[in-house]
Design a protein around this ligand. Structure first.
Ligand SMILES: Nc1ncnc2c1ncn2[C@@H]1O[C@H](COP(=O)(O)OP(=O)(O)OP(=O)(O)O)[C@@H](O)[C@H]1O
Ligand SMILES: NC(=O)c1ccc[n+]([C@@H]2O[C@H](COP(=O)(O)O)[C@@H](O)[C@H]2O)c1
Length: 361
């Protein structure tokens, strides 16, 4: 659900009466508490409309299905500018998931939802977009399908989502690109976008209409954007990839340091890995623990691309583990077989190769 915190001035263009409306996620503690006290304030009050209300004053607000919530701030006695200050303090985050996505699974999509909910619950962050960045063929992982196919499968998987995009930049590079460089690339892109258009809240995908565009069209500029600070790119990964950062020659110390000090990490727990202990046992990670959010997946979900590929080459059914459109693509192109699993067999994973070489020279 898109998160927008905005305070509409009491006598502004949108409000035809003396009320001030607060718009925000109903999961935000401020809004939640406001709603609770509003509801308990009078017997006649029922819960304010959630996600279905449409017209207020002269503006049309359509939050249907988005989980947004509106409360009357005068009724709850809230200071008009309080939400604006909350908004100012929020850091906009872009979640970047790198990986093989060989093939993409429902669990990959779920990582984004888990991380976004978690970051929003802190009240400190606003996730404005999620990017899926498939690794290039130069990664040389065993069984790695051509990037063009992995890209296409990911594109099909995100159809129907409204805040995720698949970015081809990483896999279009001739050689494997270190994750920190992928992060830098996206950070710089966001900076350039924001410099070009300081009011911009989100870069749109072509042909997609952002839900909140309509709802904001009449809002005065000062309410429209909390700040012109550039959103921060955060790495979104599972605990296995996070813990792999301590494997000798796989990640360089300076890369890890840059990721946790200049960016951030949202790490989703995964069976067999203990991300919190990993942070505790490393002085460097501990020092930057505010930028590392370990997100608990309580509904244990052990889907992995390896298991999907195994099932596919054995002719087993993987429906409801990968999106239908992705599965159709796999079947149409007959993608995973015993032969494809042998791809890159015997080759050294590029990060090992590169770091070994650079350590020797
Ligand atoms: N079940 C899961 N739980 C938590 N994180 C996951 C899960 N599946 C994938 N991820 C994360 O998604 C990102 C991309 O994963 P990747 O493409 O390597 O998929 P994978 O399922 O782990 O693949 P493979 O089985 O081939 O290793 C990684 O950060 C990985 O940790
Ligand atoms: N030093 C590094 O930047 C480094 C090392 C190993 C893996 N990675 C990345 O982590 C991801 C891991 O994906 P897999 O789990 O599919 O191997 C890939 O995107 C890969 O590029 C980065």
């Amino acid at each position: 659900a898109p998160l927008l915190f905005a305070a509409i001035p009491a006598r502004g263009s949108l409000a035809s009466n003396a009320h001030t409306w607060l718009l925000g996620s109903r999961h935000h503690p401020l809004i939640r508490d406001a709603a609770r006290s509003w509801c308990s304030g009078a017997r006649s009050r029922s819960e304010p409309d959630v996600g279905t209300w449409s017209t207020r004053g002269s503006g049309t607000w359509n939050t249907k299905g988005s989980g947004d919530f509106i409360a009357n701030s005068e009724a709850v006695g809230l200071n008009l500018w309080l939400p604006v200050r909350v908004m100012d303090k929020q850091t906009e985050v872009v979640l970047l998931a790198t990986g093989s996505f060989n093939p993409i699974t429902f669990m990959h999509l779920r990582l984004f939802e888990l991380a976004r909910d978690h970051l929003h619950e802190t009240g400190k962050y606003k996730v404005i977009k999620g990017i899926i960045s498939p690794v290039g063929d130069g990664y040389k992982k065993k069984g790695l399908m051509e990037a063009s196919h992995r890209l296409a499968m990911a594109e099909l998987a995100i159809r129907g989502t409204n805040w995720l995009e698949v970015d081809p930049w990483e896999c279009e590079q001739e050689e494997w690109v270190e994750t920190v460089r992928v992060m830098r690339y996206h950070q710089q892109k966001l900076e350039a976008e924001r410099a070009e258009n300081p009011e911009q809240k989100l870069s749109h995908r072509p042909g997609r209409k952002r839900k909140l565009d309509n709802s904001c069209q009449d809002v005065p500029d000062r309410n429209r954007s909390s700040s012109h600070a550039v959103p921060k790119v955060w790495l979104l990964c599972g605990a296995d990839v996070f813990q792999s950062m301590s494997v000798p020659n796989l990640w360089k110390d300076e890369e890890v340091l840059e990721i946790i000090s200049m960016f951030g990490i949202a790490c989703i727990t995964r069976a067999g890995h203990d991300a919190r202990k990993f942070v505790y046992e490393s002085d460097v990670l501990w020092k930057h623990k505010d930028n590392i959010h370990v997100v608990e997946e309580w509904i244990n979900n052990d889907i992995s691309s390896t298991k999907i590929r195994r099932a596919l080459r054995r002719g087993q059914n993987v429906r409801y583990l990968v999106p239908d459109a992705t599965l159709e693509y796999i079947e149409k192109h007959e993608l995973y077989s015993e032969e494809s699993e042998e791809k890159n067999s015997g080759l050294i994973l590029e990060p090992f190769q590169r770091n070994r070489t650079s350590n020797c020279s």
